[in-house]
Ligand binder design. Sequence first.
Ligand SMILES: [Fe+2]
Ligand SMILES: [Fe+2]
Length: 275
Amino acid sequence: MAKISEREKEERFAQRLGKGGKVASAQEMTEEYKEHLVHLMMMQADSELAGAYGYVPWIMKSPNIQETLAVAQIVKDEVRHARVMYRLLEGLGMEVQGYFDKHNFTLRVEERDIGTQRVADDKRVNIFYYPIHTWYDFILFNFCMDRGAGHQLEDAKDCSYQPWCDVMEGIFKEEAMHMAHGDAWVKRLAGDPKTQGAVQEALNVWYPRTMNIFGRPNSPKNRIYRKLGLKRRDNEEVRQAFSAEIRQKCGEFGLRVPDWKPVEAMMSEEPFIPG
Ligand SMILES: [Fe+2]
Ligand SMILES: [Fe+2]
């Protein structure tokens, strides 16, 4: 059989994915596909792990024993998500232990807004570099970021790499629990005049940070991801779906939706996945 060129191979492959085709193993991938897939999966894996580490102190600092258990469960879920993603990456040839040894996933920075500036050379999404200083921060992280992650994960659940779809189903369910935890607490704190001001203030911090995770509208990278079936929607569509849900919840709980301006330079080029 005549050997087909790399370019032809890529075109045929993209056409298949454009029709909803699935990829099951590394042998079927083109270089281009593998590179983008690994990049997106590493963003998720590193974010899951950094997220877990950020929550750890709140196992001990939570307001009561039930909450100690709830936070411990959330930490366990996030570590599991990271582990599952790194195992998929190992299957694609990544040397995970060496990578883990070289990066500091506990690193946090104090700046109020780090924009798109790279803080370190791990691949986590920038929101995971912000410290969680108070119980309000923890709750608003669940309310905003786990919800944002859920919207991003919708696409991964139905992406072209079947082994990723397979693990997303379980991850998605656990993220929904984290979000429900955030919702219940935000409702409770917003309903009490003694805590309403503080919950609004925390929302003012975490809502814009979450709005910045989705990437620029119509970004060239997003177009490539869509061509390869690694994403299904434009970044802006995902952002708007998240924002609409926050609006609805804020209406319900008597909170004001904070302002957010789409400052191009402040929006990450990369759409994030997880929480
Ligand atoms: Fe997660
Ligand atoms: Fe989560």
